[in-house]
Unconditional design. Structure first.
Ligand code: 5GP
Length: 294
């Protein structure tokens, strides 16, 4: 779940509306923030403090101070001078001076910018931020590398939802891994859900240590069918790594060895997951508006 914001927009006395807007956007993307948490002394005249600088924001998760300069150039020059001085005096402090262009670029790093400007009309809210995904995928990769130490596991993905997760996870497993993909289709048959294999694996699985990498486990029907198929190919071992676990909806009890995030019963998109083939390219995981599904 997104980290709770360290402060709330409504309760914070911002000096400018642009700062309130920035805080709202940080909230939307689940990035914690503190408003003007600290002043840095810059110049002393004898015992007297002659000049200090108070950056607008501190983002604890990124260990980053932010000073917004979306306003007049004259002020920007003065702020530039202060930030330069601050960096000289406090080299351990990370600070970014954001002008309008930088500000939009930073937002792009965490998503698409403000939701209305980003033309994401179907999105209700961000559930898991880009930063949270990056951190968790790194942890999973490290754990898998430890557990499979001395082995060369075969990672198997089911297309297409797993594409982002597989690409990122793979790069966090410091072992000689190989990768293969299956494609399936699922539809409602007379006897319930039917899962059909459209594309099988390209390489032999027998005697291999197979790790099935899944984007999301919902009822568990798909995973159950894929596991049945993989067991029939006689691997040396078979484990499952799922990025998202929608446990509340489970109908088939399938074992999950590695789980990225447990999520509530919501339809999610982004980071490979689609709604009518769209939104796979969102760098975060978001909840689709309920009215689209009813
Ligand atoms: P299951 O067989 O576990 O019910 O469903 C698994 C498949 O359903 C996933 O691989 C995924 O394709 C799709 N699915 C289930 N929940 C979601 C969701 O919240 N968002 C998206 N985009 N697909 C989902």
């Amino acid at each position: 779940m997104p980290a709770a914001a360290a402060a709330t927009v409504a309760a914070t006395p911002f000096a400018h509306e642009s700062e309130a807007e920035f805080a709202r956007i940080l909230d939307f993307y689940g990035i914690s923030w503190l408003y003007e948490p600290r002043s840095f002394p810059l110049r002393w005249e004898g015992e007297q403090l002659a000049e200090a600088f108070t950056p607008d924001f501190f983002l604890p998760d990124l260990n980053l101070y932010i000073e917004l300069t979306t306003i007049r150039q004259k002020l920007a020059t003065e702020k530039n001078r202060k930030v330069r001085l601050l960096r000289q005096l406090y080299p351990e402090v990370n600070i970014r001076l954001l002008n309008k262009k930088d500000y939009l670029r930073l937002l792009a790093k965490y998503g698409y910018g403000p939701p209305e400007a980003a033309k994401l009309p179907d999105i209700d809210r961000v559930l898991i931020t880009t930063g949270q995904i990056e951190r968790r995928v790194g942890e999973l990769g490290a754990q898998i590398a430890r557990d499979y130490s001395g082995q060369a596991p075969l990672l198997v993905g089911v297309l297409k939802g797993v594409l982002c997760f597989m690409a990122d996870l793979l790069r966090h497993i410091s072992l000689p891994v190989s990768v293969d993909f299956m494609a399936i289709s699922s539809f409602e048959g007379e006897a319930g859900e039917v899962v059909k294999i459209l594309k099988d694996l390209d390489q032999p699985v027998a005697d291999q240590h197979v790790l099935l990498v899944e984007d999301i486990v919902d009822t568990g029907m798909t995973l159950n069918r894929v596991l049945e198929h993989l067991w029939s190919l006689r691997p040396a071992s078979l484990k499952v790594c799922a990025l998202l676990d929608k446990r509340a909806r489970r109908l088939v009890d399938v074992p999950l060895d590695y789980i990225g995030f447990e999520i509530p019963d919501e339809f999610v998109v982004g980071y490979g997951l689609d709604y009518h083939q769209r939104y796979r390219n969102l760098p975060f995981i978001a909840v689709l508006k309920h009215e689209l599904l009813s």
